[in-house]
Design a protein around this ligand. Structure first.
Ligand code: DSN
Length: 438
């Protein structure tokens, strides 16, 4: 066998091993999910090899007869799901969707207000000195929303005061970006939107994490609460392919369309558009039931972790109203170390900065927090009782310091009962089954 064929085989072996491992694990990363067989089929289609560019009906290439129809269906389905006037399904990621908003509504050197990263902000809204997209790529200057640690949310009065003071000092903010990567609770958007708009800001909500809960009517609805636009990714609580999307009003449509193409993508990912269309139809059919179970599961999971000895944040407001649970694990160790230890027991989660970590001298490599998300295990058919069991496996490792190999065996046994994707049409394949088409 040639060396190149060996290399080729090795890549497939690793792919197979990954799928086997995940089928025996508890996937608890809040930004992840498992797509349906329908979404996976669309992703493997020939559309991934084609070029379109531009808007359906105004393409730069021939060959788009069916591609145009699929993209229009994706747009119409998203409009129904989110009751909105305008949708762009072309951004290839959530970061790309945010960049399109920066392109459409700000110029380099303008100011944006958003969450800081330790308080749950995303790197796409980060400052230049942190290498964040907003600062380093689009040249935005960043101010942070004042954040209340006990509420785990934006402080409305301090935000108004800060904006007034900045204005007095000649700083006029152009863009307010709500949302983020650690959203335990709905943000005070309706309390702030009119005030911020009166100050001349475009108000956007980055719903990358919670858009599936918005679709399922279990979280705040940003367009109804005053946002001018919503950006999102399509693969977190919205169980589609990795990608992005923008929802807004007709009056902003032309600016957004131009900012997406030719501003931030040339060819968008057409197989991903087809997969988005499939996921959106599954959301229309199953979204409310799915999102309601997520919210019940995260609450049950947070309560069980707290009962078993972990310090779960957001206690004052019932720990969580989203798919995310954030834990301060500093009593037992640090985030990086415990993330790796849990991984050895097939429990997959991620370390996370806590709002006060940087001030206390901790860094992202080994912060004080662990972040868990229950979307994927909910999709695997798990309910409140299973959340308690998972909390038991986690606290066996972190609190009771039990043998990792013993816990891993229990996790593998437990996972055997949850192998199919729920809340989808045609759940024919295993959720983490490796599908061979060679
Ligand atoms: N950084 C991702 C997250 O895990 O929240 C989003 O892109």
């Amino acid at each position: 066998m040639s060396a190149n064929k060996k290399l080729y085989d090795e890549i497939f072996r690793l792919l197979y091993e990954h799928h086997k491992w995940f089928s025996e694990s508890l996937p608890l990363i809040a930004s992840e999910n498992v797509p349906s067989p329908g979404v996976r089929e669309a992703l493997a289609s020939d559309l991934g090899n084609r070029y379109a560019e531009g808007w359906p009906g105004e393409r730069v290439y021939a060959g788009c007869t069916y591609i145009d129809q699929i993209e229009l269906l994706a747009i119409e389905t998203a409009k129904r799901l989110f009751s909105c006037e305008f949708v762009d399904v072309r951004p290839v990621s959530g970061v790309c969707a945010n960049l399109a908003i920066y392109t459409a509504f700000t110029l380099p050197g303008d100011y944006m207000i958003c969450l800081s990263i330790p308080c749950g902000g995303h790197i796409s809204t980060g400052k230049m000195e942190l290498g964040g997209t907003a600062g380093a790529v689009h040249g935005l200057k960043i101010e942070y929303f004042p954040f209340n640690y006990e509420e785990m949310n934006i402080d409305v009065d301090l935000t108004k005061k800060k904006v007034e003071e900045l204005e007095k000092n000649g700083v006029k903010i152009k863009l307010a970006m709500f949302g983020g990567s650690v959203l335990l609770f709905p943000q005070p958007l309706k309390e702030l939107a009119s005030f911020l708009k009166e100050k001349g800001m475009f108000v956007c909500y980055d719903a990358a994490h919670v858009i599936g809960l918005v679709a399922g009517k279990q979280f705040q609805d940003p367009l109804r609460e005053g946002a001018d636009a919503v950006t999102c990714s399509t693969h977190k609580t919205l169980f589609g392919p990795q990608g992005g999307m923008i929802m807004s009003y007709e009056k902003f449509a032309e600016k957004i369309k131009k900012a997406v193409f030719p501003g931030n993508v040339s060819n968008h990912h057409l197989h991903s558009v087809a997969a988005k269309a499939i996921a959106l139809t599954e959301m229309l059919e199953f979204g409310e039931e799915y999102a309601a179970q997520i919210v019940k599961n995260s609450k049950a999971f947070a309560e069980a972790l707290a009962e078993k000895g972990l310090k779960v944040l957001g206690e004052k407001n019932g720990f969580t109203k989203s798919h995310v649970v954030l834990v301060d694990i500093t009593k037992y160790g640090l985030g990086g170390d415990l993330e790796r230890k849990l991984e050895k027991a097939n429990i997959i989660c991620n370390r996370n900065l806590l709002p006060w970590d940087i001030k206390e001298g901790r860094h992202f490599a080994n912060p004080g927090g662990l972040r868990f998300g229950v979307s994927e295990v909910t999709r695997l058919g798990m309910k409140e009782n299973e959340m308690k069991e998972i909390a038991g496996f986690i606290t066996d490792i972190i609190v009771r310091n039990k043998d990792v190999e013993e816990v891993k065996k229990k996790v593998i046994e437990f996972r055997k009962g949850y192998q199919k994707v729920h809340f989808c049409f045609e759940p024919t394949r295993g959720a983490h089954e490796y599908i061979r088409i060679r």
